[in-house]
Design a binder for this molecule. Structure first.
Ligand code: HSE
Length: 347
């Protein structure tokens, strides 16, 4: 049996979903993957932190999370409270650091960038669903991981738990992908879908926030930064090209009016926020995120609500479209689990 000791940095909807998943899949992981996942630490910036080498009790952790502060976790032998994230993640005994603090692209994606760099430097494996550091510093972080011979997993950064990066890296190995087009932001797709049935923009955004789809600052969703960040990650993985935000022709959904939505509907079309990257014949990559009117015959037009989808254009098998949950605590928690299973195989 392989045992991995995990420390979570950040404990929002994804972290809580992950704890539920650890409980639900505990027996399955042991029998099917010979893998025991032992959660030994949880660190947050403002809601306390817990560290216990013997393992935290998941039920009690969920209850403390529900109460709003980890101080409400019961006292146990050898329990340490109050460690700062940077102190916890470098502690001996931690095998894998799971970085799930809120994404930001500003201030060099700190504090997440610092957490990931410190963990890699300390020789810890890192798994993250945090888009900022991967979008801003993918080549550098991969080099740092390779240098320390540790694993860096980030499946959850694009389309949450739906394995769209793994599909490109593994399932389509040997194919040449010349273009990708996708709906990679659940919040805006949810808003556009709700507006089609007459809901005002502000109400739809509020509901997307209540469902846990939106970023801490939803400007990142509605102005297309989140989709652009994901496109940067996809460009690295699929095309081996480094893009910055400034390279992406970006427009969000905030200028779309109810009249625009109705006019598309009247013409048998739908507005979608489409992220697209395509290679030209001479190897140049163009990339955009923009509202696009799609005919209903387009596979992406039928993708509604918080769901995401990507179509890869390949040379050997034509277009391949993957559709699935792209946001939300439970779906993103699954991405972390899938990376942990890949890490266990890698080890
Ligand atoms: N805010 C993001 C979205 C979360 O709506 O898709 C998942 O990355």
């Amino acid at each position: 049996m392989k045992t991995l000791n995990l420390a979570l940095i950040g404990f929002g909807a994804v972290g809580r979903g992950f704890v539920d998943l650890l409980q639900a899949r505990h027996a399955y992981l042991e029998t099917q993957h010979n893998l025991r996942l032992n959660l030994i630490g949880v660190a947050t910036a403002r809601r306390g932190s817990l560290f216990r080498l013997d393992g935290l009790t998941l039920d009690a952790l969920s209850q403390a999370a529900e109460s709003g502060h980890l101080n409400n976790y019961p006292t146990q032998p050898r329990l340490i409270r109050g460690l700062e994230p940077l102190t916890m993640l470098t502690r001996p005994g931690v095998d894998v650091v799971i970085e799930i603090t809120p994404t930001t692209y500003e201030n060099n994606a700190e504090p997440a960038m610092g957490h990931i760099r410190a963990a890699l430097a300390a020789g810890k494996h890192v798994i993250t669903a945090n888009k900022g550091p991967i979008a801003l510093a993918y080549p550098d972080l991969m080099a740092q991981a390779a240098h320390r011979d540790v694993f860096l997993g980030f499946e959850g950064t694009v389309m949450g738990g739906t394995p769209v990066l793994r599909l490109a890296r593994k399932g389509l190995a040997g194919c040449h992908i010349s273009e990708l087009r996708g709906i990679v932001n659940g919040t805006t797709n949810f808003i556009l879908t709700e507006m089609e049935s007459g809901k005002p923009y502000a109400d739809a955004l509020r509901e997307a926030q209540a469902r846990g789809y939106a970023e801490a600052d939803p400007t990142n969703d509605v102005e297309g930064f989140d989709a652009a960040g994901k496109l940067i990650i996809l460009a690295h993985i699929i095309f081996g090209k480094a893009l910055s935000m400034a390279d992406i022709d970006r427009e969000g959904i905030t200028k779309l009016t109810p009249e625009d939505i109705q006019s598309a509907q009247a013409n048998g079309e739908r507005w979608k926020l489409i992220a697209r990257a395509a290679l030209s014949a001479d190897g140049q990559l163009s990339a955009s995120v923009r509202p696009t009117r799609l005919p209903l015959s387009d596979p992406l037009a039928g993708v509604g609500g918080g769901v995401n989808a990507i179509t890869y254009q390949t040379d050997l098998i034509g277009a391949v479209t993957l559709t699935g949950a792209g946001a939300g605590g439970k779906a993103t928690a699954y991405a972390l689990l899938s990376d942990l299973i890949e890490l266990a195989e890698w080890l």
